[in-house]
Design a protein around this ligand. Structure first.
Ligand SMILES: Cc1cc2nc3c(=O)[nH]c(=O)nc-3n(C[C@H](O)[C@H](O)[C@H](O)COP(=O)(O)O)c2cc1C
Length: 131
């Protein structure tokens, strides 16, 4: 989300999920968080970025700033007014098994652990299943 000083806010959200079977995402957020308002982008941090991603959840300072955001390298998003974490792109042109193997998914396991998911298997859908 764009801030008043034209910087962008970032915050980790573990209660995030696809919304339906099209390309839509949503997340659960308390209205007390600045990240609850406006347009948002979705980035998938790498395991090597877990500490900086966690620091991005820090409470605001007196000047309503979040200095830890300076630790995260970002690039402008192309279709929304926002930024994406650098080096965290999911490549839609590659098979999902290869993507996860090369770019393990950082996953938060409530209440207080995380994992990097790199070994994945195709889900055994029922033959008549359809979205
Ligand atoms: C691992 C982790 C997961 C989090 N998941 C959520 C979440 O799903 N929903 C939420 O509202 N806040 C979540 N938070 C808290 C927010 O990241 C953060 O504290 C909040 O957005 C404050 O920043 P803001 O005022 O700039 O939005 C999480 C924090 C951590 C460390």
């Amino acid at each position: 989300m764009r801030e008043e000083d034209d910087s962008f806010d970032l915050a980790p959200k573990h209660m995030a999920m696809p919304m339906g079977w099209e390309n839509r995402s949503g997340f659960v957020c308390t209205p007390r968080h600045a990240a609850c308002e406006g347009v948002f982008t979705v980035s998938f941090p790498r395991g090597s970025q877990v500490l900086f991603a966690s620091l991005a959840s820090a409470p605001r300072c007196e000047e309503d700033t979040k200095p830890a955001l300076g630790l995260l390298t970002t690039r402008p998003a192309t279709t929304a007014d926002g930024v994406l974490l650098e080096d965290a792109r999911r490549d839609p042109d590659r098979g999902p098994a290869d993507v996860f193997a090369d770019n393990p998914l950082l996953s938060y396991l409530a209440p207080g652990r995380y994992a990097e998911v790199r070994d994945t298997l195709a889900f055994p859908f029922d033959a008549g299943w359809s979205s």
